[in-house]
Design a protein around this ligand. Structure first.
Ligand code: APR
Ligand code: PHB
Length: 390
């Protein structure tokens, strides 16, 4: 087989760039190791920056997102038995975020790919990238026991943190930066009315908690737990009781509890791989970077990768201009590191760190006091949370 751009990974990053390129007549083939059902079974965060939402609309995939998504113009920080609202709309010059589940967003992207009869090959195994430094790289993989080959101009590695693409960059070229946090997030999904119309990020001596939502009938809650915890250690009743302990009493009293329909623990890490280009391989999304979920930057970090790569490939195919491709890695990393900083800052601000000294704890409290008392600090938070410009 031959195509112009071979995309590895059928998550939101791979599907979005496939859709954008396809709409401009650029041929793509997308390879995904799992089934579509498996991909759509993943529970992920659901806060979209306005830049990501705009890309979805440009990809002709924004109709249900705009119909069912909720515009949020602020969120709350809970601390010392009280709530303080961060006014994103006011402090970002009129911007907001869209709350819309990533599972639904990925479903919309798959359906759009199908409508355009875009090629998605599922259940691929043993994907290998070849001759990346040549002008004609190719990808081999096996499916149903047969080995296949795709010749292409470019490979987009959108295969996530555990994918093959980043690992195809030689060790003497690739530089990885990582920070592991000493705790995880235990999250549940429940068919209950959310306790608050806007998200609540809670700082408490017992640990961080987050009240989020997928819709007015589907709630998403998290509590910080030690890395030694296993999901089996947490009954639904134990989860609800601990969540309430970490929230202001006025919120805890209004909490509607119910059985969990999904419950899992995720570790928190910050990770960046550099460079994001090697020959004719371009990394995008989780394949190149991971953030702790505190700042809701995960999918949104992928947005600028996709935006830059899409426009760079368009310039190449339409005008023979390779400046975007040549500048992709440096430009993408510049914005990625700002998302890394913000995610690290929010995580450090709101979580309980077991090894913090008394000085660290006072400094953390002072950081929160400064945020709550400074419009300049709230403007900084707001511009990062709604999304820095591409
Ligand atoms: N071959 C083909 N597909 C692969 C391979 C491989 N060797 N390895 C992984 N994949 C697939 C995975 O099955 C997954 O569907 O690549 C896809 C990568 O998707 P994500 O991990 O969701 O990464 P991305 O599309 O960049 O989306 C980033 O996902 O993890 C969240 O917080 C993150 O919200 C962010 C978003
Ligand atoms: C979520 O709804 O899953 C969510 C929202 C905001 C975050 C993290 C996760 O910062």
């Amino acid at each position: 087989m031959k195509t112009q751009v071979c995309i590895i990974g059928g998550g939101p990053s791979g599907l979005l760039i496939a859709q954008l390129l396809h709409l401009k007549g650029i041929e793509t083939i997308l390879l995904e190791k799992h089934t579509r059902e498996y991909v759509l079974s993943r529970i992920r965060a659901g806060v979209l920056e306005h830049g990501f939402a705009a890309l979805m609309r440009e990809a002709q995939c924004g109709e249900r997102m705009d119909r069912e998504g909720e515009i949020h113009e602020g969120f709350f920080i809970a601390h010392d038995d009280r709530l303080d609202r961060m006014d994103l709309h006011k402090h970002s010059g009129g911007n907001s975020v869209l709350v819309y589940g990533q599972t639904e967003l990925t479903r919309d992207l798959y359906e759009a790919r199908e409508r355009l009869h875009g090629a998605v090959i599922h259940n691929v195994e043993d994907v290998r990238l070849h001759d990346l430094e040549s002008a004609s790289p190719h990808v081999t993989y096996s499916v149903g026991g047969a080995t296949e080959r795709i010749d292409c101009d470019y490979v987009v590695g959108a295969d996530g943190f555990h994918g093959v693409s980043r690992k195809s960059i030689p060790a003497d070229v690739l530089k990885e930066h990582e920070k592991i946090y000493p705790f995880g997030w235990l999250g549940i999904l429940s068919r209950t009315k959310p306790v608050s119309p806007e998200l609540i990020y809670a700082k408490h001596e017992r640990g961080f908690a987050l009240c989020s939502l997928r819709s007015q009938v589907l709630s998403r809650y998290y509590i910080q737990v030690p890395l030694s915890d296993a999901v089996e250690d947490w009954s639904d009743e134990a989860f609800w009781a601990e969540l309430k302990r970490r929230l202001p009493s006025q919120v805890a009293q209004q909490m509607i509890t119910g059985p969990s329909i999904e419950k899992s623990i995720a570790p928190l890490r910050s990770f960046v791989a550099e460079p994001m280009r090697y020959g004719n391989l371009f990394l995008a999304g989780d394949a190149a970077h991971i953030v702790p979920p505190t700042g809701a930057r995960g999918l949104n970090s992928a947005a600028s990768d996709i935006y830059y790569l899409y426009h760079a490939m368009l310039a190449h195919y339409q005008r023979g201009d390779d400046s975007g491709l040549n500048g992709y890695s440096a430009k993408a990393l510049k914005r990625i590191w700002k998302a890394q900083r913000f995610s690290w800052w929010m995580t450090t601000l709101l979580h309980t760190f077991p090894d913090n000294s008394s000085y660290d704890k006072r400094l953390q409290q002072t950081e929160l006091d400064y945020l709550l008392s400074s419009e300049a600090a709230q403007r900084s938070l707001a511009e990062n949370y709604v999304g820095l410009p591409f």
